[in-house]
Design a protein around this ligand. Structure first.
Ligand code: HSE
Length: 433
C-alpha cells in the first residue's frame, strides 16, 4: 500500500464521540489523512442526528462484513455487544480503534492476543483520560520501573468536587456536569468511582504488565463527601504554615515489593501537590518512576472533542501501520504480579460523624475510637454546620487519627454507627500519602 492510498473506516455508534469522529473524517481531517468514512452503524435510525451521510445503517453486519473496510472504530460503549463486534472485526482481519473502557478493562489481554494472532492492530487511547495520551506515555516509559501512578480519571467527579469547593451543593454540581455532556447516563458510574475504576484497571495492567480487571480494585465514590469536608480540608494545617488540602477522587496503582495496591477513593491531598490544582472536568495522571522521577500529564479527560482527539490520533497511527504493512508492538500482559489487599494498608485519615448535642456524646465516641486502637490527633466540632434532626441538635465532629488499616477503621465506623450518640453513618476520609 502507498502512503496516500485511502484507508476505509467503519464507525460503530454515532453518539457524542461517534458524531465528533464522523465530523472530523467527513471534514478536511479525513481528506488530509486519506481516511474515508465508509459506513456508520447506529442502533436507532429514527433518532434525530445532525450527521449528513448517506451510508448509515442499523445493521452492524453491513459494516463488520464489508471487505473494503480496513479499520473499525467502535464507539457504542458498554461491554456487550461491543465486545462481540470487536472480536468479529478481528476475525474479519480488521484493525480496531475503541474508546470503550468497559471492554478494554475487562478483556484487554484476550483482545490483544487475538489482535496479535490475526496481525491486526488494537488501539484504545481514548478509553482512559480523554485527550491525554496516557497510553502512549506509559508505553513510552517501557523499561522504567514505575512505582506509582495516581490519577484524576473521572471528569464528572472532579467537576462536582470543584463546584462544591465553591459552595454549590452536590445535586446542582452534578446537574451542571450532566448539562455539559461529560457525565455518564447513570451518574453512579461517575460519582460511585466505577468509571475511574475501569480506567485504572487499564493503566494498572500497562504499568504492571499484568491483566488487572476492575473487580480487583477497591472502590469508593464521592457521594458521601460534603461541604463540611471541603471546608475542613482547605483550612487544615494552615495555622501551622501548611498549604491546606483539597479533596480529590484519586485512582491509584502502587507497586510495593512485587505487589500491586489499587484503589479509587476520595482523599485529602496537600494543596501544593500538582494534582490538587487540577480542577473542573480536567483529568491528570501523576507518574512516579525509579529513573524518570515524577511526571504529570494533564488535560481534558471527557467530552466530545477531547475524546475525538484521542480516537483520531489512534486512527491515524493505525492507518499508517496498515499502509506500511506493519502491526504495532502491542502490550503482552505476560506478568503475574499479585494484587495486594488495600484494606490492610495503613493510612492517616479522619472520621467525620454527626454527634447528638447532649452531654457525653463526644466522650462516648472517643471511647469507641480508643477501643479500636485509634490514636486521636485532633478533634474539632463543626458548630457552623449543625443541623436539626427530629427536633434535636446534631453537630458534626471531625477527628483526625494516626495511621490505621481500613479493616480496623471499618469496624470502628460500624461500632460508632450503632451508638445512640451518633446519627447516621460516620465517614472516613484518608490523607493521600
Ligand atoms: N463520564 C466520564 C467522566 C467521561 O466524567 O470522566 C467518559 O469516560
Amino acid at each position: 500500500m502507498n502512503m496516500k492510498d485511502p484507508i476505509n473506516v467503519g464507525l460503530l455508534g454515532c453518539g457524542t464521540v461517534g458524531s465528533g469522529v464522523a465530523d472530523y473524517l467527513l471534514g478536511t481531517g479525513g481528506e488530509k489523512a486519506h481516511i474515508r468514512l465508509s459506513r456508520v452503524a447506529v442502533a436507532d435510525l429514527s433518532k434525530a442526528r445532525e450527521l449528513h451521510f448517506e451510508y448509515i445503517t442499523n445493521d452492524v453486519n453491513e459494516v463488520l462484513e464489508d471487505p473494503d473496510i480496513h479499520i473499525i472504530v467502535e464507539l457504542i460503549g458498554g461491554e456487550n455487544p461491543a465486545l462481540k463486534y470487536i472480536q468479529r472485526a478481528f476475525e474479519n482481519g480488521k484493525s480496531v480503534v475503541t474508546a470503550n473502557k468497559a471492554v478494554v478493562s475487562r478483556h484487554m489481554k484476550e483482545l490483544l492476543e487475538e489482535a496479535r494472532r490475526r496481525s491486526v492492530n488494537f488501539a484504545f487511547e481514548a478509553s482512559v483520560a480523554g485527550s491525554i495520551p496516557i497510553i502512549r506515555v506509559l508505553r513510552g516509559l517501557r523499561g522504567e520501573k514505575i512505582r506509582k501512578v495516581t490519577g484524576i480519571l473521572n471528569g464528572t467527579s472532579n467537576y462536582v468536587l470543584s463546584r462544591m469547593e465553591e459552595g454549590m451543593d452536590f445535586e446542582h454540581a452534578l446537574r451542571s456536569a450532566q448539562l455539559k455532556g461529560f457525565a455518564e447516563a447513570e451518574h453512579l458510574l461517575d460519582t460511585g468511582g466505577f468509571d475511574a475504576r475501569d480506567k485504572l484497571a487499564i493503566v494498572a495492567s500497562l504499568i504492571s504488565n499484568t491483566p488487572v480487571t476492575p473487580n480487583q480494585i477497591y472502590c469508593e465514590g464521592i457521594t458521601e463527601v460534603t461541604p463540611i469536608d471541603l471546608d475542613f480540608a482547605s483550612k487544615y494545617g494552615t495555622e501551622e504554615g501548611d498549604s491546606g488540602y483539597a479533596v480529590k477522587s484519586l485512582a491509584s496503582a502502587e507497586l510495593v515489593e512485587e505487589q500491586l495496591f489499587l484503589y479509587v477513593y476520595p482523599a485529602l491531598i496537600r494543596k501544593d501537590h500538582p494534582l490538587a490544582s487540577v480542577r473542573n472536568e480536567r483529568n491528570a495522571v501523576y507518574i512516579e518512576g525509579e529513573y524518570c522521577g515524577p511526571q504529570l500529564v494533564e488535560g481534558l479527560g471527557a467530552g466530545r472533542r477531547p475524546t475525538t482527539s484521542a480516537v483520531v490520533s489512534d486512527l491515524l497511527r493505525v492507518a499508517d501501520c496498515l499502509r506500511q504493512g506493519i502491526s504495532e508492538d502491542l502490550p503482552q500482559l505476560e506478568s503475574n504480579i499479585r494484587i495486594g489487599d488495600i484494606r490492610k494498608v495503613t493510612r492517616r485519615g479522619y472520621v467525620r460523624m454527626n454527634l447528638r448535642h447532649v452531654p457525653g456524646s463526644l466522650s462516648e465516641a472517643s471511647r469507641i475510637l480508643a477501643q479500636h486502637g485509634f490514636n486521636i490527633e485532633d478533634s474539632l466540632q463543626r458548630r457552623r454546620f449543625r443541623t436539626q434532626v427530629n427536633g434535636e441538635t446534631v453537630i458534626p465532629d471531625i477527628v483526625t487519627v494516626e495511621p490505621l488499616s481500613y479493616e480496623i477503621v471499618e469496624e470502628a465506623l460500624e461500632a460508632l454507627g450503632e451508638s445512640d450518640r451518633v446519627l447516621g453513618r460516620p465517614f472516613f476520609l484518608r490523607f493521600e500519602s
